[in-house]
Design a protein around this ligand. Structure first.
Ligand code: ZN
Length: 734
């Protein structure tokens, strides 16, 4: 963790890790402070708010901003809920809580109250944003023990605001002061709820409070290693989660002071889906930079919907340029804003635009944001999804990210890279399924009961190293009953807390036993052995590059497999670049394709998905795609033919179906933003129509046209001449 606290990207990973730990803490008998908050019946307002706005105030806004600009924009964009800065570090209303510092230029005004009044006049829901990560000089003078400390025990000045201090997430600021602030705001303004930014602290704190509380809870000193298998670090991970659960329970209760249905929703959520469900979760991924693929916003939607199901999940994007440098007052141009927002909308996000600073220095963002939101409003009924029709899901494993690093124990200071290694395998399979045009969802490793996973015919396990005995049994039951899995790498080699097993937990399904793992393997190859469904498309490929991490395994039988290994041989000097005699081709299986019970299993004893993410070899795409198609062994609910790269999804609403196609053909491709939309087409979309539904009318929501359609083999075939960015085939059904 750097001194700046978590960067935005890291914060997201930490948030994801935190999500997991609730379940683990619960299994250890901890974390019982979780309160079950809200249910579907209590949340009609949230379900109705399809479009969201957020205005983050600055201290100089109160006398300078134009509230009517915002009310006009809210009207124009048809937003139904707004998040407004309220308090915590800085108050935007005349607070009476001692040491709650009012904004520098607030004067006698009540900026929060003005904005709430205007939003209420538009019948909007209001969420108050609080930020507890910093405090004023006055608060520090009165309570130096509220400050977070560095490892040497020194209080931390704020890294960007020199007159402020970073707060400790386990001390009085979080546990006494903030509940008083939440109570005051709830009582005076009765917002529907609260949204917490930087709510979980700014990295690890070494203050006396933390040392004392940690010792009291665990008998241990604070850890110095980042290795999650080091006992003090492991204890800290679990203790930290318990502290966040206590904090959440306290804040959630305080949020009800003026509104019994009030709630606190931490940025990114703190959901143990089995005990805590917020009425809404906003996922803060404000923009992309570097090589972030444009589908990433959709991936976050899938990750959160995996446990939120049809409860509202919002994709929070910034109108400004957002990377580690955070140019808060900047503006992105239309194509990139549109591409990022629509990538999330297609996968079920409700759009939420965020503007820092209530004053407008550069209004260029207003037109593209209005366009996105007006389109969303015009097609509102097709955005109210009740079910996703995909039959394939990638399992998202929080515990693997936290407690393993794809089998390589992270060393001190390496925690984030380790988590990224787990994410890379997932991103590899994600990219492959997007390219393969297989509609898919994500499932959550905390909900693997039949009620949650039986709706999928195929579960993809991209190096899901950490699986408990219970989870292994659930997967075994799933396969025996007809489910199908595609697994890679060290899947099931560790338990839920990252302790290595002697053998795979799923060895019986894989058809092999674990021997060893080797990393950074160079110059090794795969030999496709057609004919087989797995080698379809590789008939003319005698050699395919092998993955860089390979597992040695002992097969349970001698059944021939469609892919075998050419072991690594020298890559230098050039004169030595040839395989040992007899090793040009071997019988060592590089894949296990098996029928088990009523189901099917594909297991790659390598990190082929992670290698694909790194190299993007098309041969690997073919293998990863074929594995899912062979496992599935029936038609996908939605298929698309036509040029280029598109992301897709297929949804049901109350009286309609919606097939989304997002044009990802960007000349900048894997690097950088969209500069312009390059329309692509034509496409033919084939849709399975759910039993009992009759097609009444078909239209295209981007072009506004009525497409050519026909039916064939019980499916609806739709011709889409061209996609600008995001076309939706909307099918009214009776
Ligand atoms: Zn502390």
């Amino acid at each position: 963790m750097d001194q700046d606290g978590a960067t935005r990207r890291e914060a997201l990973q930490i948030g994801a890790a935190a999500l997991t730990l609730g379940a683990i803490a619960d299994s250890l008998g901890a974390g019982q402070a979780f309160a079950v908050t809200g249910d579907m019946a209590g949340l009609p307002w949230a379900n109705d708010a399809m479009r969201w706005a957020q205005v983050a105030f600055t201290e100089e806004d109160p006398p300078r901003y134009d509230p009517n600009f915002w009310f006009d924009l809210f009207r124009k964009t048809h937003v139904e809920a707004v998040t407004l800065s309220a308090g915590g570090d800085i108050a935007f209303y005349p607070t009476k809580v001692p040491l709650h510092k009012r904004a520098r230029d607030l004067g006698d005004r009540d900026m929060l109250g003005e904005m709430i009044k205007g939003a209420r006049a538009l019948k909007m829901s209001v969420i108050c944003r609080v930020d507890p990560h910093a405090m004023s000089e006055e608060a520090y003078a009165a309570h130096p023990e509220w400050a977070a400390c560095t490892e040497d025990g020194k209080p931390r000045r704020h890294w960007a605001a020199a007159d402020m201090w970073v707060t400790c997430q386990n001390g009085g600021f979080y546990f006494d002061f903030m509940p008083a602030v939440l109570q005051e705001i709830s009582t005076h303004y009765k917002p529907e709820g609260f949204f917490g930014n930087r709510w979980a602290g700014s990295g690890m704190c070494w203050c006396q409070t933390c040392r004392t509380k940690f010792r009291a809870a665990t008998g241990l000193e604070l850890p110095v290693s980042n290795d999650p298998q080091e006992p003090r670090r492991k204890a800290y991970i679990l203790w930290n989660q318990q502290m966040r659960a206590q904090q959440f329970a306290l804040w959630n209760e305080a949020s009800k002071a003026g509104n019994r249905d009030g709630f606190f929703s931490p940025n990114g959520g703190l959901n143990d889906p089995n005990t805590v469900i917020h009425p809404i979760v906003a996922v803060d991924r404000q923009g992309r930079s570097g090589t972030t693929p444009v589908w990433m916003m959709g991936k976050y939607a899938k990750q959160v919907r995996a446990y939120m199901q049809n409860l509202p999940v919002c994709g929070l994007f910034n109108v400004g340029v957002e990377d580690e440098n955070r140019w808060k007052d900047s503006v992105q141009r239309g194509p990139e804003l549109e591409a990022w927002a629509h990538s999330g909308i297609a996968q079920g996000f409700r759009p939420w635009f965020c503007k820092f600073n209530a004053r407008i220095f550069d209004p260029r963002w207003v037109a593209p944001v209005s366009k996105i939101f007006q389109w969303h409003y015009a097609n509102d009924k097709y955005m109210r999804n009740t079910a996703n029709l995909a039959k394939v899901a990638i399992l998202n494993s929080y515990q693997s990210g936290t407690f393993t690093a794809g089998g390589v124990a992270p060393v001190a200071g390496d925690g984030i890279r380790a988590a990224q290694r787990v994410g890379d395998a997932q991103n590899g399979y994600y990219q492959a399924l997007v390219e393969a045009r297989i509609p898919f969802e994500m499932a959550d490793d905390r909900q693997m009961e039949p009620a949650h996973i039986d709706r999928y015919r195929v579960l993809v396990l991209p190096d899901i190293a950490a699986l408990s005995d219970t989870q292994c049994r659930q997967i075994r039951d799933y396969v025996n009953a007809g489910g199908r899995i595609v697994a890679t790498g060290e899947t099931s080699l560790y338990d839920e807390l990252g302790r290595k097993r002697a053998n795979f937990g799923l060895a019986d399904l894989f058809g092999c036993d674990y021997v060893k793992t080797e990393s950074a393997i160079k110059n090794s190859y795969l030999t496709p052995r057609p004919p087989h469904a797995l080698t379809h498309g590789l008939e003319n490929a005698p050699r395919v590059i092998a993955a860089s991490q390979q597992l040695t395994v002992k097969p349970h039988d001698s059944a021939p497999q469609p892919l075998t290994l050419v072991p690594s041989y020298p890559d230098l000097p050039m004169e030595r670049v040839f395989p040992e005699s007899g090793q040009e081709a071997t019988n060592i299986p590089a894949i296990f394709c098996r029928e088990v019970g009523k189901g099917r299993v594909v297991y790659f004893p390598s990190d082929l998905d992670r290698t694909f993410w790194e190299v993007l070899s098309e041969d690997h795409l073919v293998l990863l795609k074929n594995a899912v198609l062979w496992a599935m062994d029936e038609a996908q609910p939605m298929t698309v033919t036509g040029p280029g790269l598109i992301d897709m999804s297929y949804w049901r609403q109350k009286n309609s179906l919606a097939a989304h196609l997002v044009n990802m053909n960007n000349p900048m491709m894997m690097k950088g933003p969209y500069r312009e939309m390059l329309p692509a087409g034509p496409y033919t979309v084939s849709l399975a129509i759910p039993a009992g539904a009759n097609v009444a009318r078909v239209k295209l929501l981007e072009s506004g046209r009525v497409p050519k359609t026909r039916s064939a083999g019980g499916r609806l075939i739709v011709e889409v001449p061209r996609i600008r960015l995001h076309e939706v085939v909307a099918v009214d059904i009776t």
